[in-house]
Every structure is written in structure tokens, then in C-alpha cells.
Design a protein around this ligand. Sequence first.
Ligand SMILES: NC(=O)c1ccc[n+]([C@@H]2O[C@H](COP(=O)([O-])OP(=O)(O)OC[C@H]3O[C@@H](n4cnc5c(N)ncnc54)[C@H](O)[C@@H]3O)[C@@H](O)[C@H]2O)c1
Length: 374
Amino acid sequence: MPVIRTLSKVAQQALLGTPGCGCQPLTVAVRSISFSPRQVTSDASFHSVSFSETDHPKVLITGGLGQLGVGLAKLLRKRFGKNNVILSDIRKPSSNVYHSGPFIYSDILDYKNLREIVVNNRITWLVHYSALLSAVGEANVALARSVNITGLHNILDIAAEHGLRLFVPSTIGAFGPTSPRNPTPDLCVQRPRTIYGVSKVHAELMGEYYHHRYGLDFRCLRYPGIISADSQPGGGTTDYAVQIFHDAIKTGKFECNLKPDTRLPMMYIDDCLRATLEVMEAPADTLSMRTYNINAMSFTPEELAQELQKQMPELEVTYDVDHVRQAIADSWPMNFDDSNARKDWGWKHDYDLPELVQTMLNYFGAETRMARAN
Ligand SMILES: NC(=O)c1ccc[n+]([C@@H]2O[C@H](COP(=O)([O-])OP(=O)(O)OC[C@H]3O[C@@H](n4cnc5c(N)ncnc54)[C@H](O)[C@@H]3O)[C@@H](O)[C@H]2O)c1
């Protein structure tokens, strides 16, 4: 972490050079050391630096080819213009994605490459989506540690160095069996039992630390399980709630890998992406915190199946529990308390369970009709 190394060296020199030094001079000295190429004075903060630049943000999305990135790029491009939003990933984009706007290769473990992209494209907002999710992370802990923790360090340094506004999503998985589960407030015990959860608590704390210590404009939402029709989930514990629609339409049957009464917070993708844009646009002085829960609905596999069966009475649902996923789900919140997000920056979800099911079925119905017509 080159920036931290340089910073601590300069801070040490500043401290040693300060007559009668104590804690106070160190704080002043460190605040005056800028990550930014422009020399920020001791009373300036990154809020003001990045805030004026966000009038016309130039956005980079990392890990953009997963379940959420393409949809977010679409939303942000509508608002800020096609060429102002760059998707990046280590995977090859589909032809559709490639032709819908700028795409660039970026491995978040390659610090120099990341810095080059940020500098060459004059990036002002960074949305950091790259991660290994809960079930995939448990199957490959070393890689999850590297991508989710080392990768995050690169992102934090780049964002601080260049005065970027940084969004990092967290998750219901950042809580654990000792957290209050129904509802789970913003501030409570967080002792997750997965590498995914541990890495997300680390991201929340490091982001907030950089914010308080260096003025980094860090913003973080804890997403519930996200349900989408046109993008596949990437190996999380809530994936069943997307898969049930695919299987119901294709085969009329679904085998669920969680127990029927496993209650988890969930959200339709449009709500999730709108929340992300809204918290990124929120004036800094409305944010009393830097990490917020956001909530929409909370249901069990059985309740989701029943809602689907209102429209597809022939749907058969069976249960074959995956013990790794079940143990993870049993340690997660059942319901999120998101009252701070609602109070501070006006968060309000649009989709509850009936609207979610209707929207998903409309999407797949339209898709089936199109396939038949072709
Ligand atoms: N989808 C959900 O339900 C959900 C819920 C809570 C939080 N989140 C968070 O939102 C973010 C996006 O989630 P998603 O569902 O789109 O994830 P996903 O697993 O579908 O996609 C993650 C992307 O990261 C990329 N990636 C992996 N290693 C990389 C590397 N070294 N460099 C660059 N990219 C790399 C992958 O290729 C993949 O396209 C994640 O941080 C996730 O933790 C998602």
C-alpha cells in the first residue's frame, strides 16, 4: 500500500519536527497531508474536493459484469451520459454489454492498472462491486481474502489519493449469530462467521476510518439479498430467490437449498440500484453515518413459493437443504432496521413481495413470448 507507507513516513517526520509534540499536532499534521495531487490545505477536506466534481461525475464501476453492475451502469448512464460511466471487470463482456458503453479490463489486485484507469479517464466516482460472495467465498477462502480485503485496500488508496467519492456495498452477511436478528439495527455487534462477512465488516470499518482520518468521501449501503430477472446471481446465500423464477418458468418445479422457514431480507434490483444512486447524490451534510442498512421486504422460501403459486398453481417446490448455505442464512438478519437511511436521505423502497413477483413474471412472460415469436 504505497500511499499508506508514504503517508506514515511523512507523518512521522512531521511529528518529529513539531516542537513539544503530543497527540494534537499529529492530527493536524496528518490532516494536512494530502492524498490528492493538488495540495489540500490543513483546513480543507475531501468532502469539498470531491463534492464540486460530482456535478458531472465520471464513474468507474469495478466488478461490473456481475449481477448488479450492468444494471447500475444503465441507470447511471441515463443520468450522466453514456461515456461518463465505465464498466470494468476481469471477465469478457457480452457483445450487448460491450456495445452499450465504455468497458475496460481492470483487475482490482493490480494497483498500477487501477491508478492508470482513474487518472487517464479523470474518474471522480468509484463504485466498487468486485467481490467473491458468501457461498463462493467459503469455497475459496484464500481468493476471497485477496479480492475482498487486499483489493479493497487498493481501492481505498486510489480513492483517497485522487479525492474520489467511493461507494462500497456491504451486506446482511456483515452480521452474525450474536447480532440482533429481527430487526437488525445499523449499530450492533457484528461477528460474522464467513470470510465474506468478515471482509465486508473490514470494508465498512476501513472506509469509515479513511473518512474520519483523511476525509475520504466513503459511502456504504448494506444491501439485502438482491433479486433480478435479467442478470444471474454470483454465488450468494440468497440466490434461491432468483433461481426459483427461472426454474418455475422453465420446468414448473423448484428444489430449494434452504429450509422453507428461513427468513431473510430481500430487495428488487431496481430499488437497490436507485438507493445506490440516491446515497451517492445525497449532500454530505445529510449523512449522519457512512454505512446504512437499506430494507424493502423480508420473506421465507415458503412465502415466496406461495406468492408465486397464486399465479402458477401448478408450481411444485421441494427442499434439499445445503448445510453450508443454511448455516450462513441462520446466522444472518431476518429483517433490517433501515430507519436511519429513511430519516437522513429519504430512502423509500417501491417493491414489496407481490410487486416483486408480478414484475419478475412479467419479465419472463415477455421473454417467452418474444422467443416464441422468433
Ligand atoms: N447480489 C446481491 O444479492 C448482493 C447483496 C449484498 C451485497 N452485494 C455486493 O454487491 C457487489 C456486487 O454484487 P454482485 O451480485 O454483482 O456480485 P457478482 O459475484 O455477481 O459479481 C462480482 C464481479 O466481481 C468480479 N471480480 C472478481 N474478482 C475480481 C478482480 N480481481 N478484479 C476485478 N473484478 C473481479 C467478477 O468477475 C464478477 O463479475 C458485491 O460487492 C457484493 O458483495 C451483493
